[in-house]
Design a protein around this ligand. Structure first.
Ligand SMILES: Nc1nc2c(ncn2[C@@H]2O[C@H](COP(=O)(O)OP(=O)(O)OP(=O)(O)O)[C@@H](O)[C@H]2O)c(=O)[nH]1
Ligand SMILES: [Zn+2]
Length: 197
């Protein structure tokens, strides 16, 4: 995976920073088991934070305008994602449920999952992630409405701090008809049935 294009930090500097953290934690970065660790961590970061290299809206540019006769809800539910919280840089692991009410334009369904990943692979707070996905779909696809629900667990709460396992955070962002029309919103929530996931 190539180095980020928008950063003024070199790969060597990033690896040095990992060595500093190892030393700070009480380790000896020159012992054999840790020799390749800075390289691995930097490579892992390229994976976890690849979203900074993406414009998720681009995934929604290719649309199908002639899906004849279909003008009802489209929902992709249970989209697994991994993100990291911007407060602790700890994993956020969960599922996103995305729905929209098309207005002529319909998108390839995998693209909704790509949009989720494009925003998830950054440092996030869950509320912002939820809102970014919804606004991106609204602006790019111009549907009649969009709804995003995210159900995720935060490792900064499970493995440290308050140590609460089995707790998940649920957020939702409803726009357009999903916000204005209780029936559309209720239908979306029935479709995603998050208790069943
Ligand atoms: N609203 C929201 N809070 C988050 C999210 N991710 C982490 N947090 C919270 O961010 C808060 C940061 O609080 P601080 O008091 O500054 O940090 P802290 O001392 O590490 O807090 P504790 O986690 O309670 O130990 C914590 O309450 C976290 O649970 C998120 O996506 N959304
Ligand atoms: Zn956190």
């Amino acid at each position: 995976m190539s180095d980020p294009t928008h950063s003024d930090v070199t790969r060597e500097q990033a690896e040095d920073a990992v060595r500093v953290l190892l030393r700070w934690a009480g380790e000896d970065p020159s012992r054999e088991g840790l020799l390749d660790t800075p390289k691995r961590v930097v490579k892992a970061y390229r994976d976890w934070f690849s979203g900074y290299e993406e414009d998720p809206g681009e995934y929604l540019r290719r649309t199908f305008e002639e899906v004849e006769g279909y003008d009802e809800l489209v929902v992709l539910r249970g989209i697994e994602f991994e993100s990291h919280c911007e407060h602790h840089m700890a994993p956020i692991i969960g599922r996103a449920h995305v729905g929209y009410l098309p207005d002529k334009k319909v998108v390839g369904i995998s693209k909704l999952a790509r949009v989720v990943d494009g925003f998830a692979r950054r440092f996030q707070v869950q509320e912002k992630l939820t809102a970014q996905i919804a606004h991106c779909i609204l602006e790019t696809l111009q549907p009649r409405g969009v709804g995003v629900v995210i159900d995720a667990s935060h490792e900064c709460m499970t493995t440290r701090g308050v140590h609460k396992r089995g707790v998940s955070m649920v957020t939702s962002q409803m726009l357009g008809t999903f916000r204005e029309d209780a029936r559309t919103r209720a239908e979306f929530l029935r479709f995603i049935d998050i208790d069943g996931h």
